[in-house]
Design a protein around this ligand. Sequence first.
Ligand SMILES: [Fe+2]
Ligand SMILES: [Fe+2]
Length: 188
Amino acid sequence: MIATKTDPRWVGVALERFDEVLVDHAHCEKKAAATAMALVASYPERERLVRRMSALAIEELRHFRAVHQLMRARGIVLTRDEGDAYVKALLQCMGHAAETRMIDRLLVSGVIEARSHERLGLLADALDDPELAAFYANLSRVEAGHADLFVKLALHYGKPDETRARLAEWVKLEAEILAELPIRPRIH
Ligand SMILES: [Fe+2]
Ligand SMILES: [Fe+2]
């Protein structure tokens, strides 16, 4: 679901400054849970969305706790969220028409999950510690499922052809935005 592969230099930066990646990763999981609940808050009458997103929020919060626990075991303290230029740039491309906004919100989340899946997988392949590698391999697999979930929900509520076309636009935009950003010790 993503058009480009991560720059190979990213893995080296991420491993070298893994403590910073962990802090960012914890924030990503926290924001994933918050985003799922924000969708519930915005579209309470959409029954399928409420069921899927409330389940997702619980799962993402579990991920947050798992990453936070990992940090604590390493003596790393969670610091303030410095914001995410990648997500911010994506959200700026979102339309405001109520009609398409929900579909856009779902598709953007799907694309972000797909990128997270890729990057967590890259970490899993590169980490020396087998336990840590297994932890990241599992999370990577789960995030791929989340990407699918968001796209399926968007297709459920939107017109299939329009939704697929819009997804293709988001995939293109995501690749452009990522290419403009510096390589940093962060998930995105
Ligand atoms: Fe997650
Ligand atoms: Fe996720």
